[in-house]
Design a protein. Sequence first.
Length: 128
Amino acid sequence: MASDEVLVREAKPEEYSVIGDLVVNAYRTLDDVGDAAYEAMLRDVASRARGSRVLVAEVDGELLGTVTYVGPGGDLAEVADACAGTIRMLGVSAAARGRGIGQALVRSCISRAISDGAERIRSTPAPR
C-alpha cells in the first residue's frame, strides 16, 4: 500500500544523475532553467554536494524533489553572509506538486540552519 509520507534525506552519489535531471526538468516546467551554464550547474550535483548538503524528498522510494542547503559561510551561497543558511536549487517533480514535497524540503533546510547556528535563512531565485 502506498503512503504519502515524505522522507527528506541526504542524496546518495548514485542518485546524482537522477537528481540533476529532476531539478532541470522542474525548472523547465516553470520556464526558469536559465542559460546553458546554469543548467550545467544544476546538473552537477557532485560538485555542489562537496561544499553543501544536497537533500532529496522521496515517497515510497521515488525521488520527487531536491534542494541544496548551504550552511552559514558556505561557498555556494550567492550572498556572503556568515550568519545565514541558504536554500538553493529547489525543484519538485511537476507530477508531485501540491503534495507538500517543497514544504518538506524547505522545513528540512530551516532545521539544518537552526542546527548550524544560523541567525537567518536566505533563498536565492534562479538567474533570468
